[in-house]
Design a protein around this ligand. Sequence first.
Ligand code: SF4
Length: 748
Amino acid sequence: MGLREQFTGWKPGLWAGWRPNGLGEQKPNHYRDIARVAWANRAHPAYAYQVLTKGACDGCALGVAGLHDWTIDGVHLCTTRLDLLELNTADAVDPLVLSDVAALGSRTGAQLRALGRLAHPMRRRRGATGFRRVSWDEALSVLAAGLRATTPDRAALYLTSRGITNETYYVAAKASRALGIANIDSAARVCHAPSTVGLRQTVGVAATTCSFQDVIEAPLVVLWGSNPANNQPVFMKYLYLARRQGCRVVVVNPFLEPGLARYWVPSNVESALFGTKMCDLHVPVRPGGDVALANAALGRLIARGAVDRAFIDAHTEGFAEVAAALAGQDTDHLLGLAGVDRPTLESFVDELVRAGGAIHVWSMGVTQHRGAAETVRGIVNLALAQGGVGRNGVGLMPIRGHSGVQGGAEMGAYATALPGGLPVDADHAAALSATWGFPVPGRPGLTAPEMVEAAGRGEIDVLWMSGGNFLDVMPDSRAVEAALGRVPLRVHQDVVVTRQMLVEGDDVVLLPVATRYEQEGGGTETTTERRIVFSPEIPRQVGEARSEWRLFADVANRVRPELRAAFSWPDNAALRREIAEVVPLYAGIETLAATGDAVQWGGRHLAAHGAFPTPSGRGRFTPLEPVEPHVPDGSFVLSTRRGKQFNSMVQGQVDPLTGAGRDAVFMDATDASALGVAPGDRVRLRSETGSLDATVTLARLPARTLQVHWPEGNVLIAAGSNHREPTSKVPDYNAVVTVEPLDSTPPD
Ligand code: SF4
């Protein structure tokens, strides 16, 4: 049921300007990008066309099947998806290229991807100059022998998103538990783990409570630490359609991202011609100041008598405690912590009051902080106070940037969740043991950052990774490289060559796998709005690549042949039938068989009409105490940001939205002036972990805050338990740094 994009007249009040298609503005040129991608995929245009018109997008988690989604009638396509297309049409890399690792060592991730598809099992022993081609039997025998030779607590399994399907996550989760391995984690850990924790404790669900249809019907959308213009581009089309119907938009972020100030929706004539103003109010919160801001806003809502008392009384608990806590927090002090002035706070509260509820969207700007779970609870407090859950046009939306992360956790490929997103404890493990027919570990395993640290201590014997690139993704890149090198057996299964594969170890095995589209029997993903969508098999064989759900089952069978019956699906339709039985939430997945087939678990709204699936049946307010920031004199708070990239995969050296190169450090003009540096000057940033040379780029930012691109900035980010959110274990991708003009700085 899509929103028919009827033309109902121009809305000049929303136009960004009069220049056709923003001529001369710093912005993406979508039409030129389409031509570039068409050229890049010229070797297999027919296959590329099939992927685009039949497949479910392997990019972000907005979700689209072919060129159409379940929200709007028009075309749903973006350059992120187009840029990923090349991975799906690339030809096999020559195995000889991998025989000399030293020759590859200086290549960037993008240059390694450009080599082509990993197409044959390969193996490299310590001391060898590179990889040699081996048989599948040898590669899997090495892995099985390694798993048999160690104890489960010294083995770890990690899966990225990279288009991985629910079917693959499920088999990986089952295989891992069959081998006794609790240490299984996935990409969801480093993005929305705090959202999972914060939402489950307050509203009883670990997912978006509303649907994209609600965005289009929303009176107000508040974007907290989220930049969908860059990461979920078609969301901007939803916002455009919403704004045509009167929706207002507030951006809560240190930087007003240019793509959120104004945007040109390429598939809509009016927006493509004149652009669309996308932001009504920018709230320039300091990094880490969101809890203080949420508290201040809630305090003002209460003071103005603008909370939904009927909803609060009927459907929530803890409001009185929160109100009492806020009464003891001085608004001006909170604003000082948030870095926001009083008029801006009042404007924000005006927007909330006028709308009577909002869709609160948040992303990595909220979650990749030490206080992330608290911030999520602060956002939930605001939503509950307005009765903003479980009805049309309002809701809580931790928007996802990877098409696999929602499903990965819900299939149990997660250190802290069993299939169905159930907590890992003795009771749930016992129930699952009875279902699966083998003992399931009843304790949480190592999370992804803990795996790296355990490897660094020499406590991991087998590290088995499906995609991912710890070297780029995890904090403190140098420590990660040393940790990877200490693992006696590393197995990397992937579609392309990545930098982490080149780190020498005692024994490193590469396994070539099929893409989402090549996967035998097709597969499903779960979108941000909880929609399980089917992507059919689009047959293509590259070298000896195998479907991953078969691969995980094969390894389980080799290590524990007595469990063969539990890992012997004739096809993955049978696998989907098993998922539907084991994960009742996913009922209906067994019916999906063609492009466009989808089923949304939980329906349009979770906690509909105030029925919260918490133990008490009520949504829970949480009293929150903002943390006082400590930034030593002369230092800056540095945050990491995204440019032209898909997660850690850099897709362009210049961000078309900001015009900044990858080595940019975003800095406010007042800070630049105080430091005596100007745009284009080179500076050295130093943290307790490392240093990074960068080029000054001016941006309107709160004083003494800086931003650099991620993952390049990871050299500045500290690892360890003091540098992550304590409950969800997401790394804090922020640092305290000093800045030195480079021409006066001796080289390190
Ligand atoms: S917005 Fe996301 S789901 Fe939609 S086409 Fe782009 S990457 Fe794919």
